[in-house]
Design a protein around this ligand. Structure first.
Ligand code: HEM
Length: 395
């Protein structure tokens, strides 16, 4: 079966292709030589398998054909992912990230959302992606760290530069220099903040990361800085895209929007169902550490395996009527939108609350909100994330 995963048709609607793969080629060899897995139960099994790990530093070296660990921008990514593969370090980060009560997180997100909306509410129309969805997670993370957004750096721009190593295309030397410079600026910025918080700790996330302790162990200052930067990086695109994808679904399926507005207690379900239906993090990958046979296919050490979480989330073996967007769905707890097992999304609680409160605030402040030509919106042409190019709205 010859398939083009970069084609606009696939990106716009990958689900029929996934349905074919689940039926005819559930372990599919991609042109790049990597495997693609599409069935729910296979993905569930592999996410828990000790034969696979998530070795991102080795993947970078393999892609670039040289050791990238001394380049500042890759150093952040490498340190961070190495920590994510070390259960002890991961526990320290989870502890700091979940230190705040959920009610406090909700209040913080609501406040940021209202502040942002007040800046453009008088305009009557806007690209919601630019004025709301992208700035919101950055603003919320700054609030959690207790730092001023406009302090001295354009965070959104710096984060985009730091994210570049994760893009499918390799960076050339000039691009690498630009990303390295951003990494060094962020490093300097956060090092100063860490020094201030050591002298005067507060109840912010920087102080919590500096103080987090597990069995007498703490994170070093370098580890804290790397985590702070990577929390911005991992949280902002997934959350921004989730928010816009779900808003789009609510206008494509007006009966579900009406149901939601009539029963606001369904906001949390709506976010979960939106993430299942059009996941903003549709794909994850693992590297094989031990050889094994899977569905009759021989998998070798060093092979990369892509796990299509959004295909799993449309598998009729697990979900009733999987291609229906249904906010009262009874099987939502099976969704793999945040992954599963030892690498389950670290920001799942925060991401879900951000999207939920952002939607509630939007519908409250802009009751006449409409999306222009909702069935013609364009998707970003990238397989590894699911997001819109822009979201023009009026109210
Ligand atoms: C609605 C928004 C979000 C979605 C859909 C999402 C989805 C995901 C997915 C699918 C994974 C991969 C799991 C795996 O490889 O098994 C992941 C990992 C991760 N996410 Fe999220 N995420 C969201 C928000 C956030 C936020 C707000 C943060 C940070 C504050 C965050 C931090 C992370 C981190 C650090 C990892 C790596 C965990 C590891 O590999 O151990 N995410 N996320």
């Amino acid at each position: 079966m010859q398939l083009d995963f970069q084609s606009p048709e696939f990106i716009a609607n990958p689900y029929p292709t996934y349905a074919r793969l689940r039926e005819q080629a559930p372990v599919y060899l991609l042109e790049s030589g990597n495997w693609l897995i599409t069935r729910y139960h296979d993905i569930e099994y592999l996410l828990k398998s000790p034969r696979l790990n998530k070795d991102i530093p080795s993947m970078f070296n393999l892609r670039y054909g040289r050791d990238m660990s001394n380049e500042p921008v890759f150093r952040f990514h490498n340190n961070f992912w190495t920590m994510m593969d070390t259960p002890h370090q991961r526990k320290l980060i989870v502890k700091a990230l979940n230190a705040r009560k959920i009610s406090d997180v909700r209040a913080l997100v609501k406040n940021s959302a209202e502040q942002l909306i007040s800046k453009w509410i008088a305009c009557g129309q806007a690209d919601l992606m630019n004025v709301f969805a992208y700035p919101l997670p950055i603003q919320v993370t700054c609030d959690m760290l207790n730092i001023e957004l406009e302090q001295s750096l354009d965070f959104l721009e710096e984060i985009k530069l730091i994210l570049r190593p994760a893009e499918p295309n390799l960076l050339n030397e000039a691009e690498l220099d630009v990303s390295n410079a951003a990494a060094l600026r962020l490093d300097r910025f956060f090092r100063e903040i860490c020094q201030q918080r050591r002298k005067q700790p507060g109840d912010d996330l920087v102080s919590q990361l500096l103080a987090a302790e597990e069995d007498g162990e703490r994170l070093s200052e370098d580890d804290v800085i790397c985590n702070l930067i990577m929390l911005f990086v991992s949280g902002y695109g997934t959350t921004a895209n989730a928010l816009c994808n779900i808003l789009r679904l609510l206008f494509i399926y007006p009966d579900q929007r009406e149901l939601l507005l009539a029963k606001p207690e369904l906001f949390s379900n709506t976010v979960e169902e939106g993430l299942r239906f059009n996941s903003s993090g549709p794909l994850t990958f693992r590297t094989v550490i031990e050889p094994f046979e899977f569905n009759g296919v021989q998998i070798a050490p060093g092979d990369a395996i892509y796990l299509a979480l959004d295909s799993a989330n449309h598998d009729p073996e697990v979900f009733v009527d999987p291609d229906r967007f249904w906010i009262e769905r009874p099987d939502l707890n099976k969704s793999l939108a945040f992954g599963l097992g030892s690498h389950y999304c670290l920001g799942a609680r925060l991401g879900a609350v951000e999207v939920e409160v952002a939607l509630e605030t939007l519908f409250c402040k802009l009751p006449n909100l409409t999306i222009e030509n909702v069935d013609q919106l364009k998707w970003e042409q990238i397989w590894v994330l699911r997001g819109l190019e822009s979201l023009p709205v009026k109210w």
